[in-house]
Write a protein that binds this ligand. Structure first.
Ligand code: PHE
Length: 457
């Protein structure tokens, strides 16, 4: 059976690229180096890879199963699969709400990447002192209008692509942007590896020092694995509704996880050697690593050849822009698909409605770095609050509920039928995946959550 003949992804490669496009984003090129830098490098990387394999990827496969089984939208999937358990139906609202929240604050940072790509394009980084980069960044993010303008721009671009539809917008966008993104990654990594201090950077990334590992390293690694694979808030469940019935969900899931990890590691290979090649700079600069440390690094290390400094900066920020865009597309689709499929709104109207809400909420997040700095809820500004709610609450709770739902509520035959494509595929990993989804993932998330609340450990 081939449902959605005109509205699903047209090919297997299109489905993989679009899903990888959602996963690969600022989480890889911005958040991953930041977290790795702050948590001691290679030891963090190892724990992160463990969570990717045993936690985040099984959740992704669970989301694929639920989405593809329903074939329409996430709300429909939960409604038909929950049978008599009416409360589960409400899980269908998770992506609607989470999509709006995550896009609202993601668009702010995505907007910053546009500003930096623009500055790189007009050669605006040249000839500045180290302290000027820091000053420029804080002036920019606290400006009342400029970041809003870029945020509007990225939301408008996202709107146009998603409004064009699954095949003509999302799939085509991923097919164009993802190969370019890989090409840029390879060029930048090769350049970075040829820098004088490269070996210290590589050492930092690949040589584990377990004395740096604490409880919070483990938590950060789990949070990062969820965020980077876009799992827990039914984002990939939304895309899986558009998967054809002949797609192998397990191999698709692992391919996306491998692509995503490769991009994260390559971003580390680009960033850490570059940071170590300038004396006095350290890899644990936090979120400002990409916006303050790196422009400085690029100008410094290539100071003898300004053309290379120019090209390197421009490629790097264009890479960030594309990574951000392929992810923001999936965030808009999460919410808009509900209004389109369940409320019979046309695609452009559904997308426009969601985008306008995000514009308003995103403005609050953006202004929380400037004029609204003093406004705090639960001791956090809007930006931090949205990030907290999505990454620390919705993602783990959503991931937990998704696995409990598929593992315990839905008839076991459904999962087997979806993972083996109705018996036509051999699926040796099925028993392991079923075990992970029923027991391991929910118990792990629960323990980590309890630990976070301070009740154990
Ligand atoms: N995975 C994306 C990234 O790495 C972020 C994302 C989160 C996308 C949630 C969609 C949903 O940047």
């Amino acid at each position: 059976m081939k449902a959605h003949p005109q509205s699903g992804f047209s090919s297997k490669i299109g489905a993989i690229l679009a899903t990888a496009g959602s996963a690969v984003g600022l989480g890889n090129v911005w958040r991953f180096p930041t977290e790795t830098g702050a948590n001691g490098g290679a030891a963090f990387l190892l724990i992160y890879v463990f969570f990717m394999i045993f936690l985040a990827t099984p959740i992704m496969i669970a989301e694929f199963t639920i989405g593809r089984h329903g074939q329409k939208d996430v709300f429909h999937s939960f409604a038909v699969m929950s049978r008599n358990h009416r409360l589960w139906k409400y899980m269908g609202f998770l992506p609607v709400v989470a999509g709006i929240l995550v896009l609202s604050y993601y668009a702010v940072v995505a907007g910053w990447t546009f500003e930096y790509a623009y500055t790189a394009g007009i050669n605006g980084f040249a000839g500045k002192s180290a302290s000027q980069y820091a000053q420029d960044f804080s002036l920019f993010i606290s400006h009342p209008l400029r970041p809003l303008m870029w945020m509007f721009f990225i939301l408008a671009l996202t709107f146009v692509i998603v409004a064009l539809g699954v095949q003509k917008g999302i799939e085509r966008g991923a097919k164009v942007m993802m190969p370019v993104l890989f090409l840029f990654l390879v060029i930048l990594a090769v350049c970075s590896l040829s820098l004088p201090g490269a070996s210290s950077g590589i050492d930092f990334l690949f040589h584990p020092d377990f004395s740096k590992v604490t409880g919070s390293t483990v938590l950060s690694a789990m949070g990062q694995s969820f965020f980077t694979l876009s799992v827990g808030i039914c984002c990939l469940c939304t895309y899986a509704c558009y998967f054809r019935k002949d797609i192998n969900l397990v191999s698709n899931g692992f391919s996306v996880a491998v692509i995503d990890t490769m991009v994260a590691v390559m971003s580390g290979i680009i960033i850490f050697p570059a940071v170590y090649s300038v004396p006095g700079l350290s890899p644990d600069a936090g979120p400002s690593l990409v916006f303050i440390t790196l422009p400085n690094v690029f100008q410094h290390v290539f100071s003898g050849v300004p053309v290379i400094a120019y090209i390197f900066s421009l490629l790097f920020y264009l890479l960030l822009v594309m990574a951000a865009l392929t992810s923001s597309i999936s965030m808009l689709e999460m919410s808009a698909s509900y209004f389109h499929a369940e409320k019979s709104m046309s695609r452009p109207v559904a997308c426009a409605g969601v985008s306008i809400i995000c514009l308003f909420l995103g403005a609050l997040c953006s202004l929380s770095f400037g004029p609204l700095k003093e406004v705090q809820l639960f001791h956090m500004g809007f930006f931090d609050l949205f990030d907290f709610v999505v990454a620390k609450l919705f993602m783990p709770i959503g991931g937990f509920l998704t696995c409990v739902f598929l593992g315990w509520v839905v008839n076991g035959k459904v999962m087997k039928a979806e993972l083996t494509n109705n018996g036509s595929l051999r699926q040796p990993l099925y028993p392991l995946l079923r075990f992970l989804i029923r027991y391991f993932v929910p118990v792990c998330i629960l323990l980590i959550f309890i630990h976070e609340l301070g009740w154990i450990g």
